[in-house]
Design a protein around this ligand. Structure first.
Ligand code: SF4
Ligand code: SF4
Length: 139
């Protein structure tokens, strides 16, 4: 299948959502903020190369019924710079480390992440304590 027919078959998937970078959540409060995004209709959150993104599934107003662009000569630079080579719709590679489609999936991930983080902090504190010189009180 050539590139042109890929676009015709996919019916303009790249014009049916947009992704925005968001802060990487680290704390329970951060995760709760991301959960808020996911409580809205048409939202997803994904992680790619360690960076977090909010994905909003909402089609562009100028996508035509035949999947062409209604403002092709005036389309935003994000659209004109988009290369078929980076198109994920036709790539064999799935580039997301994580993809959360709802708040429950995020909450499950957050529980595991925060538990592991707490364990790491406890281990670090224990190692720090073990390295401290022991002071003899019997001298
Ligand atoms: S660039 Fe990719 S997502 Fe966009 S219309 Fe073509 S195949 Fe579909
Ligand atoms: S402006 Fe055109 S190319 Fe850009 S998202 Fe809208 S329909 Fe697609």
């Amino acid at each position: 299948m050539d590139k042109k027919s890929d676009c015709q078959v996919c019916r303009g998937q790249c014009c049916r959502y947009f992704g925005l970078p968001i802060e990487t959540p680290e704390t329970p409060g951060d995760f709760d903020d991301v959960r808020w995004y996911l409580l809205h209709m048409g939202t997803e959150v994904y992680v790619e190369d360690g960076d977090w993104y909010l994905n909003v599934r909402n089609k562009c107003k100028h996508l035509q019924p035949d999947s062409s662009c209604g403002i092709y000569s005036r389309r935003p630079r994000i659209c004109s710079k988009y290369s078929m080579n980076e198109c994920e719709a036709i790539s064999d590679e799935y580039g997301h480390e994580h993809h959360f489609y709802n708040a429950e999936q995020l909450e499950a991930y957050a529980r595991g992440y925060l538990r592991a983080k707490r364990r790491q902090a406890q281990l670090k504190a224990a190692r720090r304590k073990a390295r401290q010189p022991q002071i003899s009180r019997t001298a």
